[in-house]
Design a protein around this ligand. Structure first.
Ligand SMILES: [Zn+2]
Length: 318
């Protein structure tokens, strides 16, 4: 089989950085390579799983199924609190997009909590996700309208969206450029695109290598450095006007999960790890302590523009 070409520059030459497997959700023991393109240095998973294989690597419950008990209500309060960075960033983007009518479209909306928070603030928001399970949770739990589709086939009119958001979406796609081009068509002339991905140009990746949770083998097909994401946006006709290297939801918890993947509450839930209530509480509290301890470190890393996630606002090139 000829080697797959780099999705960014088409080069087939590559060098292997490391081999790894699914250390978070344990969906497979199969080793994968993370390689770096010799042409443009973009990092990617090699070989790429087939779409059918990839489905196996997204375990049931990946989209979470909220049960109505007290701990889950506490967990939801926490999730709402840590999403405030995203809410503020997108509210600003909406203000930049002007007074024209238009939708806020959240691509990869998952369980819909972010859109729920935006709709509470009077924003006309809609979700898109290719997981039917995620779409069902968003609709049933939060009454959020959701289209179950890929962005290039979304049943939406050209120039109907004021802001399109993609939080942790592009790194999961075989062809991220097609999503960016589709977003370009769907946005109004003054519309804004907000994109967030893990930033492989962070200190955590330098220090922890394959144990950095931003690599997330085998679900992350591409590992972007912030500059590479900006180039890709440029190819799709966008220019970046705002950058944020810190997210309260993602950066501290990301470091906690990198250090102790077996404590990650989501991973334990998805893997149905058997725990007594006392043991569960002890693990949850240990994880929370790690997240709090990670806060100053990850905030400092982000202040030096080497944060473990990057959130960008982009507009159409003029
Ligand atoms: Zn390349």
């Amino acid at each position: 089989m000829p080697p797959e070409p780099c999705p960014a520059c088409g080069e087939t030459a590559m060098r292997t950085l490391f081999s790894a497997t699914d250390r978070l959700y344990h969906t497979t023991n199969k080793p994968f390579l993370v390689v770096e393109c010799e042409g443009c240095r973009l990092m990617r998973l090699y070989p790429q799983p087939t779409p059918l294989e990839l489905r196996e690597y997204y375990p049931d419950g990946y989209w979470f199924s909220p049960a109505e008990d007290k701990t889950n209500r506490l967990a939801e309060l926490y999730r709402k609190f840590v999403l405030m960075d995203h809410v503020r960033f997108v509210s600003k983007a909406l203000a930049h997009a002007g007074d024209q009518d238009g939708l806020l479209l959240d691509v990869g909306c998952g369980g819909g909590l972010f859109l729920h928070l935006m709709r509470e603030r009077g924003v006309q928001g809609m979700g898109l996700d290719f997981s039917l399970a995620a779409a069902a949770v968003a609709y049933e739990r939060f009454d959020v309208p959701v289209v179950c589709a890929t962005l290039s086939k979304a049943p939406l009119q050209e120039a109907s969206c004021k802001v399109i958001t993609m939080f942790h979406v592009l790194e999961h796609l075989f062809d991220p450029l097609s999503y960016l081009k589709a977003a370009h068509q769907l946005l109004t002339p003054e519309g804004r695109l907000v994109v967030q991905v893990p930033n492989a140009a962070c200190w955590q990746f330098l220090i922890m290598g394959k144990d950095w949770n931003g690599v997330d083998v085998p679900r992350h097909l591409i590992n972007f450095r912030a500059s590479e994401l900006e180039s890709l946006l440029g190819f799709a006709g966008f220019e970046v006007i705002r950058r944020k290297y810190f997210s309260l939801r993602d950066n501290p918890a990301g470091l906690a999960t990198s250090i102790a993947p077996d404590l990650d509450p989501m991973a334990r839930h998805v893997r149905s790890v058997k725990e007594t209530p006392g043991w569960k509480l002890a693990k949850d509290l240990s994880y929370l302590a790690l997240v709090i301890a990670a806060l100053p470190l990850t905030a400092f890393e982000a202040a030096c523009r080497a944060g473990s996630t990057i959130m960008l606002e982009a507009r159409k090139k003029r």
